[in-house]
Design a protein around this ligand. Structure first.
Ligand SMILES: Nc1ncnc2c1ncn2[C@@H]1O[C@H](COP(=O)(O)OP(=O)(O)OP(=O)(O)O)[C@@H](O)[C@H]1O
Ligand SMILES: [Mg+2]
Length: 575
């Protein structure tokens, strides 16, 4: 709640001025029945036409002022609500940007989408409704009660009996509503998660003819959301007729007793009419409150979910050493073990120790799932080690500021991800201020310049979402170029040439050596030919380094390595 106030503060003026306009509207609403009763009881009863006209003009003025109040309240409350929701949304978004991979794994992307969109909209709607109704409902209620008591204390007993009945009803409604709303938001998460996964993987789904299965999966999540919403709405829809039943019975009793009071001369007919109008106002203010509370309880659920995001501390944050800089690019793993957060069983990496000197190329070879990607992801702190430490230039990676550390490391991740925009924009991700020349140079080393130049628009070619209009190998080469643009001290290529033919791969590697001779390079590859020339090959199996050395050494002494060589290059190559 305190956090919410922080977001409301910049819009405090609108938040306060809006109810002031509402006050005007309520006041005018409360005046109307009184004026009407005067027209009937004085104007009509005595046939005083000028009085009726005067009163009519007054009523019109009052109505107009009411409209001004209503419109003003609407405009300002919307301004406050949408403004504060915008700020909240950008903070949640910014927070998510600061999340580590582990944080994102924990929330699931779909849920983060729901929280940033739907949940914040719920809070915004509740806020807007509140600054409208928070003044309107109580004033209309108490104003109405005072007015009925003034008109006829005896008749007002009828109304006062109905109020607790409605109040009890509303309390029950609220108690039942909260869990239903929570479940609704969770189902919404599920729909978003399924949808998001589905859209991201739509090509795979089609290739595997899994559309029917995916449709079924979406249908299940969607039906679930529908059922859950129906349950909540059923409760709400039941409440409408029940509230109006209570209201109608109250009106009936009021007319019955009111009529008798008119016959006995204790009340004027106009007064009964005004009375009935006030009763409607009182009861509708109660209905309004019930919906407002309902909105609030729903927004409370959403607020809790948004707060969970805001309160989550990114488990990877800047280290204390602000002056630490990566100058040489030396990397050392000291007895590093790693387990994915929340995972049980064996660690993914076990007691890994090795070092990579500046300018060295370290290749990592191993079966799929052996932990190669995990190992290199620890260097830019995409995850933090569970045990041991990783040093870059003799400083623990945890001591660097993240921007410094990551700024010095160029990564082409296993999955080539490009963004909507031109090729040029994508390559500038590496370095915003890179000159056209250095962009072209990086692309040339990554063997991307040739094919990009062939495109009609060259570097201005617009890429679709995730770079759909490129081949796998083209995407990989652009990702390498993007990593090179920032002239990193350490370069990590995680299976980045798997979709590139052998001769192109050889050209990329020799280009790297020529242009970035002092850069430390990590190459993960499945092909022996990709790693043969490396200064050091780490052979990984099941999260452990089983041997390391140069190609020739390993070929001689490591049977596993020999097997791989034989299987890929034939018997002769192993000798
Ligand atoms: N985000 C994650 N959460 C939990 N476990 C994970 C996660 N990512 C990978 N793993 C597990 O860690 C192990 C090592 O994965 P990793 O991606 O490092 O393998 P890899 O050697 O790069 O394989 P490949 O050659 O197929 O890319 C795998 O068993 C995998 O199941
Ligand atoms: Mg991998």
């Amino acid at each position: 709640m305190k956090k919410l106030l922080k977001y409301i503060r910049p819009y405090l003026f609108w938040t306060l001025i809006s109810p002031a306009f509402m006050l005007l509207e309520v006041f005018m609403d409360l005046l109307q029945p009184m004026l009407m009763s005067k027209i009937i009881d004085i104007g009509v009863a005595t046939g005083n036409t000028p009085y009726i006209v005067r009163m009519c003009v007054l009523m019109c003025t009052v109505a107009l002022l009411g409209v001004v109040g209503g419109v003003g309240n609407m405009i300002f409350s919307t301004k406050a609500g949408y403004g504060f929701a915008k700020d909240l949304r950008s903070d949640v978004y910014r927070k998510i940007q600061s999340f580590s991979f582990a944080n994102i794994d924990q929330f699931k992307t779909g849920s983060l989408v729901t929280r940033t969109t739907n949940d914040i909209t719920q809070i915004q709607n509740a806020f807007v409704t509140c600054i409208r109704m928070l003044i309107r409902a109580p004033f209309l209620f108490f104003g109405g009660v005072v007015m009925v008591c003034v008109i006829s204390p005896r008749l007002s007993l009828v109304v006062l009996a109905a109020i607790p009945l409605l109040g009890m009803f509303i309390a029950v409604l609220l108690k039942k509503g909260a869990p239903l709303f929570m479940s609704m938001q969770q189902k919404m998460d599920r729909v978003n998660t399924v949808m998001q996964e589905n859209l991201a993987g739509i090509r795979v789904i089609k290739a595997f003819a899994r559309s029917a299965y995916e449709k079924q999966k979406f249908k299940a999540a969607n039906d679930d959301l529908c059922n859950s919403s129906m349950r909540a709405m059923r409760m709400l829809s039941l409440s409408f007729p029940l509230i109006s039943l209570i209201m109608n019975i109250t009106m009936l009793l009021m007319y019955f007793f009111g009529g008798r009071l008119v016959f006995s001369g204790m009340l004027e007919p106009g007064q009964v009419m005004a009375f009935s109008n006030y009763v409607i106002q009182i009861l509708s203010s109660l209905t309004m409150s019930s919906f407002m509370l309902m909105f609030l309880s729903r927004a409370g659920v959403s607020l809790k979910r948004v707060n969970e995001v805001l309160d989550t501390k990114s488990d990877i944050s800047d280290g204390p050493n602000k002056d630490a800089k990566v100058t040489r690019g030396e990397v050392e793993f000291k007895d590093v073990s790693f387990r994915y957060p929340g995972a049980s069983g064996d660690p993914v990496l076990k007691h890994i120790s090795f070092s990579a000197k500046p300018g060295e190329t370290v290749a990592i070879l191993g079966a799929t799932g052996s932990g190669k990607s995990t190992l290199v992801n620890l260097i830019p702190r995409l995850y933090d080690v569970s045990e041991g430490e990783i040093m870059v230039d003799d400083i623990n990676v945890k001591d660097y500021e993240l921007a410094t550390l990551r700024g010095a490391i160029g990564v082409a991740l296993q999955e080539s991800v490009l963004f909507t925009g031109t090729i040029d924009e994508n390559l500038h991700w590496g370095d915003n201020n890179a000159s056209e020349e250095s962009i072209k140079q990086a692309a040339a080393i990554a063997q991307a310049d040739a094919f990009v130049s062939k495109f009609a628009d060259g570097y201005e070619t617009v890429l679709g979402q995730r770079g759909v209009n490129l081949s796998g190998g083209q995407k990989q080469r652009l990702c390498i170029a993007r990593a090179l643009v920032k002239h990193p001290r350490i370069l990590i290529l995680d299976d980045s040439t798997s979709a590139v033919d052998l001769s192109t791969e050889a050209k990329i590697q020799s280009g790297l050596r020529d242009a970035f001779g002092d850069m430390t390079v990590f190459i993960i590859a499945q092909r022996i030919s990709s790693v043969m020339d490396a200064d050091k090959i780490l052979l990984i199996d099941n999260g452990e380094i089983i041997d390391s050395g140069k190609h020739e050494e390993l070929k001689r002494r490591c049977s596993v390595y020999r097997e791989i060589v034989v299987s890929q290059l034939g018997e002769e190559a192993a000798n």
